[in-house]
Design a protein around this ligand. Sequence first.
Ligand SMILES: Cc1cc2nc3c(=O)[nH]c(=O)nc-3n(C[C@H](O)[C@H](O)[C@H](O)COP(=O)(O)OP(=O)(O)OC[C@H]3O[C@@H](n4cnc5c(N)ncnc54)[C@H](O)[C@@H]3O)c2cc1C
Length: 457
Amino acid sequence: MARAFWFRRDLRLQDNIALNRAIEGALQDGDARVFPMYALDASVFENLEGIRQHSLAASLEALDSDLGGTLEVVSAEDLDNLAQKFAAAVAAQGISIVHATRAFDPLGVREQNAIGLALRDHGSFLQLDDSYYVIPPGTVMKDDGSPYRVYTPFFKNWTQLAAARPAVMVQGGDFVKLATAELPKPSKSAPFRVVAGEKYALRTLSRFRKRALDRYDELRDRADLSGTSHLSHALAHGEIHPRTVLAQLSDSPAHTIFRKEIAWREFYADVLWHNPHTLTEYYDPKFARMRYDEGAIADERLKAWQQGRTGFPMVDAGMRQLLQTGWMHNRVRMIVASFLVKDLHLEWQLGAEWFERNLSDFDPASNAHGWQWTAGCGTDASPYFRIFNPISQGQKFDPTGDYVRRYVPELAHIQGAAVHEPWLLIDGLAHGYPAPIVDHSAERQESLARLAELKKP
Ligand SMILES: Cc1cc2nc3c(=O)[nH]c(=O)nc-3n(C[C@H](O)[C@H](O)[C@H](O)COP(=O)(O)OP(=O)(O)OC[C@H]3O[C@@H](n4cnc5c(N)ncnc54)[C@H](O)[C@@H]3O)c2cc1C
């Protein structure tokens, strides 16, 4: 009997264990047909910013092309209707088993529960295998059986287990289109044409190996250089599995640091699996009691941060990079996040929501816990009192000033690292760049005072 495969955040053919199960199952049943499907919540898609709509559409288009034009996108206005429509389409073909990769994040779990139940009601079965990770969340535990709260011991344990080799695609499957539904069309524009898909992801990995992998330990924090892999979009959409990435690494210092970054993604997925509420709530609940700013001035400051008009060049370059490219350098993500929480005294969730709307590599676990880590309310040893100075961070991680000049044209006339303090120059603010909206030293003191309030009984 034919099988169906539900593509989710695993938009690829190679190293896809759940897809292999579908093909093997169909072959064992003496019917090589596999119906590739995708479930799209149309209202969620409509609410995405242009860059995110285009990145998903480009990934699906590439996958459809790799599948010989057989991808069936089932679309409905909300999850319940989507699940019913999906299950009805499967039942209409007499398919009894739908295969998929198991999700571990709260929304992914909700989706697979809804679709699994609807399939059951229609007489079919959802078989879940593998995960978006090298080690499924919930697997790496302390000796006493409890989950890790700190990254370094998690990594030590994870690295012992993370030896799985990439899975080669099982041959002999015959991909067949279920009906004739069209691929989703973005309703909003994107700042550039997004290129995506499995082949592009593999090319990105291979270019990174030649360009920067061997110097990753030295270059990864430099915002003005291209020292990182730019694989985050591909990993977030599952155009490449992290097993495939790890298989390219040796034990050299640079490769080991890169492996550790892949493990951060796995750590945050594990933390979110054990603490699903931390997608939107404080991991350390005491920070929910902190004094945060609200009202008209806070709203204005949030808007200035979102649009890259805070008057702090490194912050503004990062926020404009996000709007122009759908991506931001990791070091700069930390700088802008620290600025929002500790200079503007706004809650981390406001920043995380903005990132979610605009990041083409949006990942629920990495985003929520990247924010909480920087805000000082998350896992690991990143105490709240560690407050990033946006000026010295700029001088250190954009020492040429090229990063700021690339994204902030009003500062293009300033040479070198002087671009990080334009207010010191006679003509620094002459081309429309704003003066700083807050005084960093004063806000730092204010943050520490608010932290002290939390410690009072
Ligand atoms: C506030 C904040 C929000 C973030 N939101 C996201 C998000 O929504 N999606 C996302 O993929 N990453 C997020 N990150 C992590 C990190 O910034 C990006 O993964 C990285 O910048 C992507 O660029 P790259 O692929 O060139 O990374 P590389 O440096 O080449 O790293 C390789 C891969 O390792 C993983 N990785 C690297 N650093 C981290 C990290 N600190 N945490 C988790 N995984 C990591 C990513 O999958 C990345 O693609 C966030 C970080 C912060 C501080």
